[in-house]
Each structure stands twice: as C-alpha cells, then as structure tokens.
Design a binder for this molecule. Structure first.
Ligand SMILES: *Cc1c(COP(=O)(O)O)cnc(C)c1O
Length: 429
C-alpha cells in the first residue's frame, strides 16, 4: 500500500495511522467522551497568543492583545488567555459576564457593541469595563448612566475586507462604525461630558490573509485620529486596529507571516504617531480566530455511507447544528479520517450531518480514503466560530468540549441531554 505523506502541525500528530491530538489517541477519546466532540489544546491557544504578542513586541513596547471572545467563549479558554496576560474584546453583556467569571478585571475588557439596549448600557456602566461606542446615540444614552473615565469610538475606516460578504465589517455597506462627521461629534460630546482618556478603534472584517486592506484602513484610522487630535485636542491612550487576522483552512494556504505583519503595521503606526504628534499610545489588536481556530478539532463518527447514482455521502453525527461555518459561509474545513489517517485517498465524498436540510454539509467533494461505517472523522480548525455558533436545531443536544491541559483531558463542557431541550420551556394545556 502507498503511504501518504502528510504534514501534521501542532497539536496534531500521527501514530501508526491513528490521529493523535496533543499526544492523545483521538479514537480512544471519541470512545470515552462520545461524539460529536470538540477537542481544544490549551497549549496551542497560549502558543498562538504568545507568538503574536512577541512578534508585535519586536517592533513596539506598548502592545495590548484583546482576545475577541465571540470566537470561542468557553470559560476555560478565557481563563487560559487571562492567565497569559491577554485583554478581552466583548460584543455583548453576556460576554462581559463570562469574562468577569473567567477572572478578567473590568479594565482589561473592551465592550464593542452594536444596537445596544438601554438596560444593557446600564449593566455595562455598572461593570466598569471600557466602552467602544458604535453610534452617537449609544454615547448619549450611556451618559445617562455614567461619565466613563475612558471611552473609545469605533470608526468606519472606509475600507472593509473579509472571507465572506457577511464578514466584511467596514466600508459603505455595513452598519458598523462611525463616519467622520459623527465621529467628531461623538468625541466632542464625550470630552464636554468629562471623559478623560480616549481610544479609537476599527474592525474591518474577518479571515483576512492579505494585509493590504487592513494596512490601508489602518492608515485611514490614523488620519482620523490626527483630525480628532487637531480639532479637539484629544490625545489617545490607545489605538486599536481590531481583529480579522486569518488562518489557513486549506492545506495549500499559507499562514500569515507574523514578522512581516508586525513590521508593516507597526512601522506605519510609529511613522504616523510621530508625524501627527499623537504621543505614544498603546497599539491594540483584537484577534479572535487567530488565537483559537487551529487549537481545536471536531471529532464526528460515521453513521452511514450512502451511494446514490450521482454521489457518495458520508453521514456523520455532527451537522450544521454542531459546526455551522460550511453551511453559513461555504467555509472549508479540512477532513482527516482519524482512525486511518495515512491511508491512501480513493473516493470523492460529501460529508453530511443528521439535520433535515440540504444545506447540512460539513465538506463537499472531498477525496478521502475509503470510508466505512464506524470510522471517525476529524474536522480541523474548528476552534473559532465552531461551538460558539452551534445550536439545538432539530432538537439535537449540543456537543461536549474537552480541553487538553498539562497532559490531562478535561471535560470543560458537558454534552447536553434531552433535559437541555426542555430547559426554560413551559408546557401549557
Ligand atoms: C469579531 C470581532 C473581532 C475578531 O474577529 P476575528 O476575525 O475572529 O479576528 C474583533 N473585534 C470585533 C469588534 C469583533 O466584532
């Protein structure tokens, strides 16, 4: 038999044709914890954070990395990043609640909301986190509850980018951020109200591997910072380029070169803050996907192999209820057969789930080894927007999550049960 040569990256490896995750046999983990199962490598999350943080520190001293919690809000993941020194980007009061529970102090949390309710603003004001304003009205309404010491504004830097239309969050078509006139009005109002320290932020989109749009948008943000500084005499405590750093999902895609990224973005930053007299603000960024995506895989068992006159389908026990990205964005997740990871590919298959929707697929037209019922598949790069976007659709309890930490397998989220399906329901006659 021809042996396949595959490059395995941390935390994956191969032992006699079995996929290992952080050194653990995935077939045994699937037996022990059942499937569908998310496995998370704590070490990989920390490594991703440190690699990025260190690359940035090479070029500037005052760096803050805010983890965008919406990518994966498991408390144990948040806890690890807190311990590593990360800051946190929250987009809802629920994320603030989780971040505080995980041990983040309020000053290390930045709230970036959109369409925020009054009672939410009250909660946010009471929790003392830093607020990043997304509309003039939001500031007006926040000031009814509190005059924050520090305030940031999310501006629209006119240029957006992203792996899918739904993930472009700047430019003319989006609801996000403030344009120039509103921006100036908002900072002026905040200053008049007594705010002492300021930040400025943008977030152009998600899943970006080509740096050009981010660099151009960031330059636009810096010239907006200059205008605000010149017109209103505001100096910035921090300047935040947002998130969006992409990761390679397909084997042929390349990783972002962190050294180049750090050099390019920070040389622009340093040049402009000197030229515009902006002092020495913190440089902030808000990676979500970059920190957690490749730290996790989804294990799913093969229930059925079904051959139609047109296609071969592998029916597994995870579906769009477990991992929505393929169906929602047409996203690619690489598939390995965990119990025969080095076997030669033979057939083209679609990998589909147990949900009654034709959009319920995890992978399409994949060349895989011959699949038998009972095989175990691994979907790679499942750590960002994986569990976080899962649901109980078709009344299927959500999957379990296991964290590998210090060579131990820890169940960090129990598998839901039928009881979870009736939780909060009230049956009336
Ligand atoms: C989603 C989001 C991020 C992170 O996006 P990634 O593509 O996961 O890096 C950062 N900042 C804000 C405000 C966000 O909404």
């Amino acid at each position: 038999m021809v042996k396949k040569v595959i490059q395995f990256h941390q935390p994956l490896s191969n032992e006699d044709g079995i996929l290992l995750f952080e050194g653990f046999n995935t077939v045994e983990l699937a037996k022990k914890f059942d499937t569908p199962l998310y496995l998370i490598s704590e070490k990989r999350v920390r490594d991703n954070y440190n690699r990025l943080h260190n690359a940035l520190l090479q070029n500037y001293d005052k760096i803050r990395v805010y983890y965008a919690a919406k990518a994966n809000s498991n408390l144990s993941v948040l806890r690890s990043l807190e311990a590593e020194g990360a800051y946190l980007d929250a987009v809802s009061p629920g994320e603030i609640f989780l971040a505080l529970k995980a041990g983040f102090s309020p000053e290390r949390i930045l709230f970036t909301g959109t369409s925020v309710r009054n009672d939410e603003l009250n909660f946010i004001a009471n929790s003392n986190v830093v607020v990043n304003i997304d509309s003039f009205s939001e500031l007006d309404r926040l000031l009814l509850h509190i005059v924050p010491k520090t305030l940031s504004v999310r501006i629209n830097p006119k240029i957006g980018s992203g792996h899918h239309d739904h993930c472009i969050t700047a430019g003319p078509q989006t609801k996000f951020g403030l344009w120039e006139k509103e921006t100036l009005k908002t900072y002026a109002k905040a200053k008049r109200a007594g705010v002492e320290k300021f930040g400025i932020q943008m977030h152009v989109g998600s899943g970006i591997l080509n740096l050009e749009p981010i660099i151009l948008a960031f330059d636009n943000l810096l010239s907006m910072a200059k205008k605000i500084h010149d017109k209103l005499g505001i100096t910035f405590e921090f300047i935040d380029m947002g998130g969006g750093l992409g990761v390679p999902y397909k084997p042929e895609e390349n990783e972002l070169d962190l050294c180049t990224f750090s050099k390019r973005i920070l040389s622009l930053f340093k040049r402009r803050i000197a030229e515009y007299n902006l002092g020495t603000p913190f440089f902030c960024l808000e990676p979500g996907r970059y920190l957690v995506s490749d730290a996790s895989i989804l294990l799913t068992s093969v229930n059925t192999v079904k051959v139609t006159p047109f296609k071969k389908f592998i029916g597994v026990d995870a579906g769009l209820n477990t991992l929505l990205r393929p169906s929602m964005y047409g996203s690619y997740h690489h598939v390995l057969v965990a119990n025969k990871v080095t076997s030669q590919e033979k057939e083209i298959y679609d990998v589909v789930g147990p949900i009654c929707e034709s959009g319920d697929f995890l992978a399409r037209d994949r060349l895989l080894p011959e699949i038998e019922e009972g095989d175990l598949l691994a979907l790679l790069n499942a750590g960002a927007y994986g569990f976080a976007m899962s649901s109980q659709y078709n009344s299927r309890p959500r999957a379990a999550e296991v964290l590998i930490k210090n060579k131990k397998c820890l169940l960090v989220r129990k598998r839901e049960t039928f009881d979870s399906l009736v939780f909060n329901q009230q049956m009336v006659e």
